[in-house]
Write a protein that binds this ligand. Sequence first.
Ligand code: MF3
Ligand code: CO
Length: 256
Amino acid sequence: MIIIKSEKELQLMREAGAVTARILHELSEMIKPGITTKEVDDFVEQIILENRMIPAFKGYNGYPANACTSVNDEVVHGIPSKTRRLLEGDIISVDAGTIYKGYYSDAARTYPVGRTDEAAERLITVTRESFYEGLKFCKAGFRLSDISHAIQQYVENNGFSVVRDYVGHGIGKMMHEEPQIPNYGIPGRGPRLAAGMAFAIEPMVNEGDWQIKVMTDNWTVKTLDGKRSAHYENTVIITEEEPLLLTELSAIEGSL
Ligand code: MF3
Ligand code: CO
């Protein structure tokens, strides 16, 4: 069952999302060659606690940190580490979320570390743009797989592949609610979207093949072929009109 949120619930999710939006925005300044992924995690924690919210990831299924920091060929769920220092030319995906009065937000971005090569820039850009292709179908009346299909088409038309083993999801009182939202599929299938649904839409895009492997820490997911991967995620509310993007700073400015 897909839970329809009330106005009151959406307001709490908005507040949760605003803090996640600010974190991801500020990380683009903070991420530079020489910092460690643990320092990224500490920053995420600091902003969440300053805002009197709860880090959504810490302790989730035993996850040991506040953010996921996934570098280069790491797809998602990379665990922050004091010894992982970012190098010029790396790319890093940071995924983070907050809980405010029982309601979740969840979002991710991929950042270049200093100057990166053109292929990395293109991977990051296509991943972000694929999210916006999916967003065109985040409106009451479309079917769930219309989102999936739009993302897949855009990614593959640009020569990249979408990860199959991990998916977007409903979000609300739990980080993962129904439905699962694959980033691939044929259009016109699945439930019809309705106002008040809340989704985390999150394309994970690989430079090479879509296959992944989970490392022995049981968290870190890497590409099987060793090529790089990027991630872009926002918490989105379905309405009769344009969707509301709760975790994108440029979209929420002025509405807070
Ligand atoms: N943001 C991830 C997702 O979209 C969840 C991170 S898993 C955690 O599903 F364990 F780190 F929380
Ligand atoms: Co998510």
